[in-house]
Design a protein around this ligand. Structure first.
Ligand code: SAH
Length: 358
């Protein structure tokens, strides 16, 4: 990847306007360029025929447009499709298309790997390889929408693929602004959901963002003792602080914060856990999304029985919480929550050093 040439895929429209202006070009061409890239899926500047030859030459010589390449595409029996994508530096990430949820949804990655090391998540086993750029995050939509021929349809995005979005704050927010641009995909923030383990300072920063996606918090336990074993970051930012930040979070009308709760047999699925959870969330505008564990080799937990899941959901519902149980999609192709992992990535220099020192 060139370090000197700006990546058109990572620029917000206002930044592109400034870059054009600096090269003696009219700012409004940024609109046309956005329409080509996002609405029409054209990344070959030579084909952007309503731009002058001079401008096309500038774009070709002084900018790059990076687009992840599809390495493999697997289709699940339920219609879910998992895409393995190769980035410009050869690293790989996964993105997932989930049809009829009831809308269509793209599940996007924000990092190669993840530093959070949640005990039940396969991506966490990879460690963090690197952050994605805004272009690499937003381009997953471009690539999937083109491959699936959905460019003109309405779809949702969830930042629930590989990585912790609030651990890559600036690039994630920039990607959301690019996807929101009226001359690009023009996605409403109401169709975007950011899921986080609760990186508290970043959560507080997000509360002041002009563009606010829906918020989902990966909670997974009602007490710090249990959550600390599942989500290492909880030892730094505990449940009380996260829930307090959620109570202060500015919510759009009629909207609620989703609390994701992966159910692990014998670990966090008892009736007592359910009662504690109900109490914890009693005065938060919340909905609880229960996710029975998607088991995988190397994950030291088991999925609870359906009756344990029903019992847990029942206790929450009785206490007035809005509850749903996430239907697992794409389990047969390992595209379900927490099953995204790219094996055989080259390690970064830092990772090699870390493993040598262990
Ligand atoms: N880092 C963010 C974004 C990833 S979202 C976050 O943690 O919220 C992925 C969701 O899938 C999270 O709620 C995560 O806890 C859940 N998940 C991870 N591993 C899982 C597994 N093995 N089974 C079911 N859900 C899992």
């Amino acid at each position: 990847m060139s370090t000197t040439q700006p990546d058109l895929a990572s620029l917000e429209r206002a930044e592109l306007e400034t870059a054009l202006d600096a090269r003696g070009q009219k700012r409004f061409h940024a609109r046309q360029i956005f329409q080509w890239i996002y609405r029409r899926g054209v990344t070959d500047v030579a084909a952007m025929t309503d731009l002058s030859l001079e401008l096309r030459t500038i774009l070709a010589d002084e900018f790059v447009i990076t687009t992840p390449e599809i390495v493999t595409r697997e289709r699940s029996l339920d219609g879910t499709e998992k895409f393995l994508l190769r980035l410009a530096d050869g690293r790989q990430i996964e993105a997932v298309f989930i049809p009829d949820t009831p809308a269509m949804t793209f599940c996007l990655s924000t990092q190669v790997g993840c530093a959070m090391a949640c005990a039940f998540c396969l991506t966490g086993k990879m460690g963090l390889v690197r952050n994605l750029t805004a272009g690499e995050i937003a381009s997953q939509v471009r690539v999937l929408a083109s491959a699936l021929d959905l460019r003109d349809r309405k779809f949702n995005i969830v930042l629930m693929g590989m990585g912790e979005p609030l651990h890559n704050y600036d690039e994630t927010m920039r990607a959301l602004r690019i996807l929101n641009d009226e001359h690009g995909f023009a996605m409403s923030p109401r169709r975007m959901t950011l899921s986080t383990v609760g990186v508290l300072p970043a959560l507080e920063r997000m509360a002041r963002e002009p563009l606010m996606p829906n918020l989902a918090i990966s909670l997974h336990a009602p007490t710090d003792t249990t959550r600390g074993q599942l989500v290492p970051l909880n030892r730094k930012y505990g449940i009380a602080d996260i829930v307090a930040a959620c109570k202060r979070f500015p919510l759009a009308k009629r909207s609620r914060i989703t609390f994701e709760y992966v159910l692990l047999a014998g670990m966090n699925d008892s009736p007592d856990d359910a009662r504690k959870l109900a109490k914890l969330l009693a005065d938060v505008k919340s909905k609880v999304n229960l996710i029975p564990l998607n088991a995988a080799p190397g994950i030291p937990f088991e999925r609870p029985s359906d009756s344990a899941v029903d019992r847990f959901a029942g206790i929450l519902a009785e206490r007035g919480l809005v509850v749903s149980v996430r239907k697992s999609r794409g389990r047969d192709i390992r595209a379900a929550c927490g099953q995204l992992i790219v094996e055989g990535q080259q390690q970064s220099a830092g990772q090699r050093l870390a493993s040598a020192l262990q």
